[in-house]
Design a protein around this ligand. Sequence first.
Ligand SMILES: *[C@@H]1O[C@H](CO)[C@@H](O)[C@H](O)[C@H]1NC(C)=O
Ligand SMILES: *[C@@H]1O[C@H](CO)[C@@H](O)[C@H](O)[C@H]1NC(C)=O
Ligand SMILES: *[C@@H]1O[C@H](CO)[C@@H](O)[C@H](O)[C@H]1NC(C)=O
Ligand SMILES: *[C@@H]1O[C@H](CO)[C@@H](O)[C@H](O)[C@H]1NC(C)=O
Ligand SMILES: *[C@@H]1O[C@H](CO)[C@@H](O)[C@H](O)[C@H]1NC(C)=O
Ligand SMILES: *[C@@H]1O[C@H](CO)[C@@H](O)[C@H](O)[C@H]1NC(C)=O
Ligand SMILES: *[C@@H]1O[C@H](CO)[C@@H](O)[C@H](O)[C@H]1NC(C)=O
Length: 385
Amino acid sequence: MASFSFPITTTAFVLFLLSLTSNMFNNLAAKHGHKTSLHHHQNSHSSSIKSITNTRLQKAYIALQAWKRVIYSDPNNMTTNWIGPSVCNYTGIYCTPFPNDTKIQVVAGIDLNHADIAGFLPEELGLLNDLALLHLNSNRFCGILPLYLSNLTLLHELDLSNNRFVGPFPNLVLSLPSLKYLDLRFNEFEGPLPSQLFSKDLDAIFVNNNRLTSMIPSNLGSSTASVVVFANNYFGGCLPPSIANFANTLEELLLINTSLSGCLPPEVGFLYKLKVLDVSNNKLVGPIPYSIAGLAHLELLNLAHNMMNGIVPEGICVLPKLSNFTFSYNYFCEEQGICSNLTSKGIVYDDRRNCLPEKPLQRSKKECDPVAEHPIDSFALHCGT
Ligand SMILES: *[C@@H]1O[C@H](CO)[C@@H](O)[C@H](O)[C@H]1NC(C)=O
Ligand SMILES: *[C@@H]1O[C@H](CO)[C@@H](O)[C@H](O)[C@H]1NC(C)=O
Ligand SMILES: *[C@@H]1O[C@H](CO)[C@@H](O)[C@H](O)[C@H]1NC(C)=O
Ligand SMILES: *[C@@H]1O[C@H](CO)[C@@H](O)[C@H](O)[C@H]1NC(C)=O
Ligand SMILES: *[C@@H]1O[C@H](CO)[C@@H](O)[C@H](O)[C@H]1NC(C)=O
Ligand SMILES: *[C@@H]1O[C@H](CO)[C@@H](O)[C@H](O)[C@H]1NC(C)=O
Ligand SMILES: *[C@@H]1O[C@H](CO)[C@@H](O)[C@H](O)[C@H]1NC(C)=O
């Protein structure tokens, strides 16, 4: 799904550029013999540490060596050169000049994406106080997150996606003051999501494909996230009306296959910045809330594979930005006005397997009649009340 990919943030990109330039300068300096220290490769750790005059890199050295000791498989030899005092030269480690003293280098980024490494994260990672980016996407890191990660007060992006982390939601991320981008998808975190997650000043939250059980607390305050992906968890229950508290920032809400039941609350229509709303593969019943017709930026609406019924309101089909409207595998019985000819509006659509009398590939009368005779009372099922 295209909307799962999130562009690297500006800050990250700047840091990355900084790291590239500084590494280049490092290398140039080394080539021209201007490098003051870090020349000798020593065998013992203690002499390596002593040869690092910069205490921040000394701590990074201790942290990375501790990490290397709990890496059990590294098929792409990413950490093979994690030897000796030149931590800024290690594969996947990015240094930048220390803001308060640009003469010294600090470890600001770790990027081991797609390295397929198996191992743990040791407590010593808490020594990497200057880290702004930690990208460990698509490895085989397992176990729980070490509590000392809460030491990383400058951490801006944490991407632990597609690993084997377990345990309850790692609350330590809530105490990271600089965190903006949190990606925990495709792990085995279980239990409820803490309500504080949504009051943190985050831009993007990806928690899809875990074993999380409860979603949005009803007492939720305003969230600042623009992208929230909850898909493929075991949340269950209703989408609470408090979803409206995401209104000022939320652009993409993906609740695919999260065992949602009840009606879609009218409050989803308050999310006026929404571009993508995907609630497919749930157990939603009742009508499409008419408030969705107010989502002027909506581009993709996916209601497929639920048990929704009633009419497909024209107000949605005339939304100016709508380009893809999927509502197959429900029990809708009427497409109002132009909704019956979305092709004429250039909208990609899928209305199969509903109860639409004029359309091909619909459900049988036997399947449709019971729903038509007992329409869902959306007020009786209104969530959160
Ligand atoms: C990693 O290093 C080992 C031992 O030197 C070598 O056999 C293997 O081919 C290397 N793997 C890759 C992907 O370079
Ligand atoms: C870092 O690596 C470069 C090239 O691989 C090398 O020229 C340089 O000497 C190394 N720096 C240190 C401090 O070892
Ligand atoms: C950098 O300097 C500022 C102002 O002198 C200080 O407040 C801050 O704590 C310093 N940062 C670090 C990481 O030392
Ligand atoms: C946390 O950071 C402080 C400040 O640099 C450091 O002294 C301490 O050892 C760190 N703790 C751990 C467990 O990494
Ligand atoms: C829905 O999510 C569950 C895990 O919560 C997963 O086992 C199942 O395969 C998913 N179904 C679809 C259609 O993706
Ligand atoms: C339209 O959206 C559906 C559901 O999200 C998706 O499967 C399909 O690929 C999309 N079609 C186009 C042409 O983007
Ligand atoms: C849908 O609209 C197009 C263009 O406006 C038209 O050519 C087509 O006949 C319409 N289809 C139906 C089924 O009304």
